[in-house]
Design a protein around this ligand. Structure first.
Ligand code: 0A1
Ligand code: ZN
Length: 884
């Protein structure tokens, strides 16, 4: 509904940034809440920048203005103008108070931006989403993150319909009103930008916990959910407490209000939102119980709870000057969450998971038409920039800098960054400046990483000189051009490395020309900061095997001419858990290339051989083994192709797994499966989770060589599953194999979980994993299912998102039917929820490299979309960029 802006293809540019001419010291807000109509009264205490002469201009979208007064005097119609989403007011001075009263319509707001209704008219509740520019859908305001104001918020509503009234800040009174109505007030002592405003009103239930910060401040933690979901909030509460303690221990950061509210909603465009004192979560990332949540979902709940909590410092206390700096809060907060999750769980597994996500989501983005720098230079619609690049690559940039400073140095730098910028809106220069200054190091060269799009290719070549016992490692870098950025500069690339001898023993490192080298440590970091550079290691007894980019020390694509034997050696012996996995991934990728080209396949032999040996090794962690046994995904493999045929990639990947399963052998696979199945439980400890993870992988491998046997096992597993992890894994094997048993299992699942929206999302998404030639019809029939609706983002993503993203063979049908289905859907969806439509449209990413028939079919759909006259700014920008 909102956000429709046909004429505006105009771009906002970083280089145009100007400090605000008007600020708001204090805002007093009052809401008379109703589902169809809510009245919002706002009093802005204005401050004028004496150096600027601009009239007062406030943002406002879709607001019905009921009254307006300046300094207590109602304004005549000549004294204000409201057009093109801007309210201009004459006569305001420094210190003026502007009072406006507007009406908004929550139930009609299907874009879920601003104030909206979650759930049904009868039982649902009201809530807000303001990041990035939702506040302007609620009241008139300079809706930009560098305007920080003190908030006093009064909520008034019918007590029976809205018994719970919440806003961010500390509670400051409540009471009864006439006619069965009541009120509640909240005051936030910390100035904050408008995007962190939030309110919630409705029939919610709560769980509570007392928390005392390290310095002795008492805080009440409250999680709110609808009555049928409140029993699933305990895990999130534990995760919240762990997060708070961790941020105190690790960064010395305490919570700063008397209460911390968290609310779950089923209707949310993103994962969750860090509104000051009132975090709002997509239920998917807050609710958890063993019967309806998988192990992966538990970990996601822990991570997202932590992420939103950590924003209280990295985002709220220190916020962003403008939206170009989005990664200042997001990259940093993702990094902090990754550190936390690594500390709470297994560090190598977390690293593997994060890098796999980076490669699946960010590398393709960086290589396609939507590529943009971590700090973009321009945008049409900021909501399109909550991307894997800003979040995940942004986190990798923080990680590189943190690695450069070391643990203590990074903490020193963060302390300075927080204290210097507390209560301010900062930039990436402020961040790198503080970190560098606290350590006497110039970190500004890293700014280039923020400005340059594309994934650098790092090439490594090694040469051993036996006579001199010297090993020369030559590193070079190259970043391919991206849209609007043809030429690239060299970046500082930290390469953490070790050398192994041919027996798999680590060698002491003696780097030529390095004074601090006396130690002979077995691991060190070299920084490549020009196009090419050589590093000479001395006293090397024999030709070594280098382990490069350990822990994935920089977000680059490494190209190194390892032999299959060398990769197999690393896979067997590397003590860096990440690089061990990585060696296996590299081998599998080589094996994939050879299969594709029909070449002799030493890599395939080496990969299968090494993994078969590890499979028999009882010393290895089951979860790591599961990851080692997983070849790179189809999206990642497709990135290696110059011209992509997704069906062929799919088939080749299946072949890889088949070879591996045959090499391990049906009987050993069965034995391992039986042993794991005998220990089946629903416990959440690391060992139980690892068993389930490996069991799932083993079952998949069995399915690749003995579908009938795997389907029998899966049916039994489904029937007896004590947890959702086991149940869904079994169901997925049945569906992907199009087993006859799938039908009954799906019917059972549906019946059992009909009242559980998050479980029903899984029912939809698992069916999108049917074999490629069958899935389109299923997607079409599921879209007609009574439980399907375009109004719920989770449901849309569970059906169309899961299909288009997680089943490349099923989306990229050779006849283009998949593209046409998505194209029609996007137009419909855009009229309901532009943000969700725009996000879904990114499934077309990479279309330019498709083989000719698919390429033409995708292009036709993208061109048709681009020709639509009424696309939202959100979808319009994505579709336009796709054609770059
Ligand atoms: N800041 C949130 C992400 C978020 C962004 C936009 C939203 O609405 C359009 C909602 C949430 C986070 O990083 O968690
Ligand atoms: Zn965030």
């Amino acid at each position: 509904m909102s956000n429709r802006n046909d004429t505006s293809s105009s771009l906002i540019r970083l280089s145009d940034y100007r400090a605000p001419a008007w600020r708001v010291a204090k805002i007093e807000l009052a809401f008379d809440l109703g589902i169809d109509s809510t009245e919002v009264t706002s009093r802005l205490h204005l401050q004028r920048d004496p150096a600027q002469q601009e009239p007062l201009r406030l943002d406002g979208e879709g607001l019905a203005l009921l009254s307006i007064a300046l300094d207590g005097q109602p304004l005549s119609d000549q004294a204000w103008r409201y057009a093109d989403n801007v309210l201009e007011v004459d006569g305001a001075r420094d210190g003026s108070v502007l009072e406006t009263r507007v009406r908004v319509q929550p139930a009609a707001n299907t874009a879920l931006e601003g104030l909206y209704l979650s759930g049904s008219r009868e039982a649902g509740f009201l809530l807000t989403q303001c990041e990035a520019e939702g506040f302007r859908h609620i009241t008139f305001f300079p809706d930009r993150p560098d305007v920080l104001a003190s908030y006093t918020v009064t909520l008034r509503a019918d007590r029976e319909r809205f018994p719970v009234l919440l806003a961010g800040g500390n509670p400051d009174g409540s009471g009864e009103l006439e006619g069965g109505r009541h009120w509640a007030r909240f005051v936030d002592p910390h100035p904050r930008p408008s995007y962190l405003f939030a309110l919630v009103a409705g029939r919610l239930q709560k769980i509570e916990r007392d928390y005392t910060t390290g310095s002795g401040r008492a805080v009440t933690l409250v999680i709110w959910a609808e009555p049928d979901a409140i029993g699933q909030c305990g895990y999130a509460m534990d995760a919240l407490e762990r997060s708070m303690r961790w941020d105190e221990d690790t960064y010395g950061r305490e919570y700063d209000l008397d209460v911390f509210h968290v609310v779950a909603t089923h209707d949310f465009n993103m994962g969750a939102m860090e509104n000051k004192g009132l975090n709002i979560f997509n239920a998917k990332y807050l609710l958890a119980d063993p019967d309806s949540s998988t192990d992966d979902e538990y970990r996601a709940v822990e991570a997202v709870v932590a992420h939103e909590y950590f924003h209280n410092w990295s985002g709220n206390r220190v916020t962003c000057r403008d939206w170009f700096q989005l990664s200042l809060k997001e990259g940093l907060t993702v990094f902090r969450e990754q550190q936390f999750s690594a500390d709470m769980n297994s560090a190598p597994l977390k690293r593997i998971e994060d890098v796999a996500l980076l490669r699946r989501a960010q590398f393709p983005e960086d290589a396609g038409p939507l590529a943009h720098p971590v700090r973009p230079a321009q945008y049409a619609e900021i909501n399109n920039f909550y991307t894997a690049t800003v979040y995940e690559k942004g986190s990798e940039l923080v990680r590189m800098v943190a690695g450069r400073l070391g643990r203590d140095g990074f903490r020193r730098g963060m302390d300075l960054y927080f204290s210097r910028n507390d209560g301010h809106a900062a930039t990436l220069e402020d961040f790198l400046g503080a970190l560098g200054e606290a350590n006497g190091i110039d970190l500004m060269p890293y700014l280039a990483w923020y400005a340059q799009a594309g994934t650098p290719r790092l090439t490594a070549r090694g040469h051993y000189n036996a006579a001199q016992r010297a090993y020369t490692l030559t590193l070079s870098q190259h970043t391919p051009p991206t849209p609007n950025q043809a030429s690239k500069q060299a970046l500082p690339i930290p390469v953490k490395l070790a050398l192994f001898d041919r027996e798999g023993q680590l060698l002491p490192l003696h780097l030529a020309g390095d004074d601090a080298d006396a130690s002979g440590a077995t691991e060190r970091v070299v920084v490549l900061d020009r196009a090419e550079q050589s590093f000479v290691f001395q006293q090397v007894p024999s030709a070594p095997v280098p382990s490069l980019l350990r822990g994935f020390s920089a977000p680059v694509i490494l190209e190194c001419d390892y032999s299959p034997d060398e990769l197999a050696l690393l896979l067997r012996h590397d003590v860096d858990g990440f690089n061990r996995w990585e060696a296996g991934q590299q081998l599998a990728a080589r094996a994939f290339d050879n299969l594709r080209d029909g070449d002799a396949n030493l890599a395939l032999d080496a990969w299968c051989e090494a993994l078969a040996a590890l499979f028999g090794d009882t010393g290895i962690d089951d979860a790591l083994l599961a990851d080692l046994l997983t070849p790179p995904g189809e999206i990642e493999l497709a990135e290696r192709e110059r011209v992509v045929d997704p069906s062929h990639v799919h088939a080749l990947r299946l072949k890889l797994q088949e070879h591996l399963a045959l090499r391990i052998g049906r009987e050993p696979l069965q034995q391992r499966y039986d042993a794991l199945a005998a220990r089946t439980n629903r416990k959440l400890d690391a060992t139980s989770q690892a068993h389930r993870r490996l069991k799932r992988r083993v079952l998949d491998l069995i399915a690749s060589i003995d579908p009938w046997g795997a389907h029998t096992l899966a049916t039994l597993q489904y029937d007896n599953a004590p947890s959702m992890t086991d149940r869904l894994a079994a169901l997925s094997v049945l569906v992907r194999g199009n087993a006859p048993q799938a039908h009954a299992a799906l019917a059972h699942f549906r019946e059992r979980y009909a009242d559980n929206p998050l479980a029903m999302d899984k029912w939809f998404s698992v069916q999108t994993q049917l074999p490629g030639d069958m899935v389109l019809e299923r997607v079409q029939s599921l879209a007609q299912d009574a439980a399907f609706t375009l109004k719920n983002p989770n449901r849309v993503n569970a059906l169309y998102g899961a299909w288009a993203r997680n089943n490349p063979d099923g989306f990229h049908r050779a006849d283009g039917s998949g593209y046409r289905l998505l194209g029609v859907l996007l137009q419909q969806l855009d009229a309901i929820n532009p943000q969700v439509a725009a996000r879904l449209a990114t499934a077309f990413n990479g279309w330019q490299r498709l083989e000719p028939a698919r390429h033409a079919a995708a292009q036709a759909v993208i061109d048709t979309l681009a020709a639509q006259p009424h696309l939202s700014r959100n979808l319009g920008e994505i579709v336009r960029s796709m054609r770059h």
